[in-house]
Design a binder for this molecule. Structure first.
Ligand SMILES: [Fe+2]
Length: 368
């Protein structure tokens, strides 16, 4: 990577130091190579009257960005299909908003990955719009992409955020709390992008599993150092999203209500999206199977109180479940009817039937 010397006043947050920086009098290393420059560092250097810094050149960064983009293009080749949970029905938020959200989150993640200045405002704006849209809805439809050309991580962050807001709203949380909840959910797995970064993980020594286990603490560090999330409560949610209700989780082994409340919400949304959209065809569950998987872990992995709210949104037959009716016809569940968990609104041949109102037919079994 080429080195470029810059005067302090031209240096932006996130620039990366290209060489160790020594103190002129004691010859101790003040900052080591690879350090990302923050505003505090700049202020300190000014006090020490250091006026120029050797930085990794922007050109080099562009090359790196290009490399990342190319590798993402490769992923896209493998993931050509955009596949929603249920075909032929609307997404949980308007189509354009949903796709725009995925794009801006993807861009921000790429900028973070290469230490470029981060445009967090665009994600924050979309986040606010998504929360407002969900607050205006009377009936939620839980329909997302389970596969998307942007790749798993981006889509997963967005889906987890949307689902978390639905649960939070059902628990009567105010907009004031829903925004930070959505933010924690959006960024909860961002640490996964840095598992091969020697600044955060001992790449040579750590096994894959050990690396993955560190993604909560890495995410916490990245989000706080770039000030993507400022509130302690929200950062703690990222840090604690793999804690388990019975105290057997990571990183602290916290138990029950000691676990951050946002974390207890987002981990259920996280599980549902992960289970229905894993890239492994063999492991991928139908929405109905995923819900059952989560339900049997109530009180063990998940907070039963939060899970209750989650079931209110999904019903016992989640969106996308294929059900057989008493008249032999097969339908697809669209959403709950609001009148009970077992009588959803279903679609048969493009026609909607609300099973809470139409009592002439009922669900006899789940097809898939
Ligand atoms: Fe995670």
């Amino acid at each position: 990577m080429a080195i470029e010397w810059k005067p302090l006043e031209d240096i932006k947050d996130g620039a990366v130091l290209a060489e160790d920086l020594y103190d002129g009098t004691s010859f101790k290393v003040l900052l080591s190579k690879g350090t990302r420059i923050t505003k505090e560092i700049l202020d300190n250097l000014k006090k020490r009257e250091i006026l120029w810094l050797p930085l990794e050149s922007e050109e080099g960064k562009k090359e790196e960005l290009e490399k990342i983009r190319n590798s993402i293009d490769l992923d896209q080749e493998l993931l050509k299909v955009e596949e929603p949970i249920a075909f032929g029905i609307r997404f949980s938020v308007p189509d354009e908003m949903y796709r725009g959200f995925i794009t801006s989150f993807k861009e921000l993640s790429e900028q973070l990955k290469i230490g470029e200045r981060v445009d967090k405002e665009s994600v924050e704006r979309t986040l606010g719009a998504v929360v407002d849209d969900l607050l205006s809805q009377k009936e939620y439809v839980v329909n997302f992409f389970r596969k998307h050309v942007s790749g798993y991580l981006y889509k997963h962050g967005i889906n987890t955020a949307i689902l978390s807001v639905m649960v939070g709203n059902t628990l009567a949380m105010s907009r004031y709390h829903l925004i930070p909840l959505a933010k924690a959910a959006l960024f909860h797995d961002i640490g996964l992008m840095f598992l091969n970064d020697p600044e955060y993980v001992d790449v040579g020594k750590a096994s894959n599993r050990e690396k993955i286990l560190q993604h909560t603490t890495i995410g916490y560090k990245i989000l706080s150092s770039y000030e993507i999330i400022k509130q302690r409560e929200t950062l703690d949610a990222v840090l604690e999203h793999h804690e388990k209700y019975d105290g057997t989780g990571i990183p602290f082994g916290k138990k029950g209500e000691d676990i951050n409340f946002y974390a207890r919400i987002l981990q259920i949304a996280d599980a549902y999206d992960s289970l229905t959209s894993t890239s492994s065809q063999a492991l991928k569950l139908t929405p109905y199977q995923a819900l059952k998987w989560i339900l049997v872990r109530a009180g063990k992995d998940y907070d039963p109180y939060v899970l209750n709210a989650f079931i209110k949104i999904l019903g016992m037959y989640p969106t996308g479940t294929k059900v057989k009716l008493s008249d032999g016809k097969i339908g697809t569940v669209i959403r709950t009817s609001g009148a009970g968990l077992l009588v959803p609104v279903i679609m048969i041949d493009g026609k909607l039937i609300d099973l809470s109102k139409d009592k002439s037919v009922w669900i006899v079994s789940v097809v898939s």
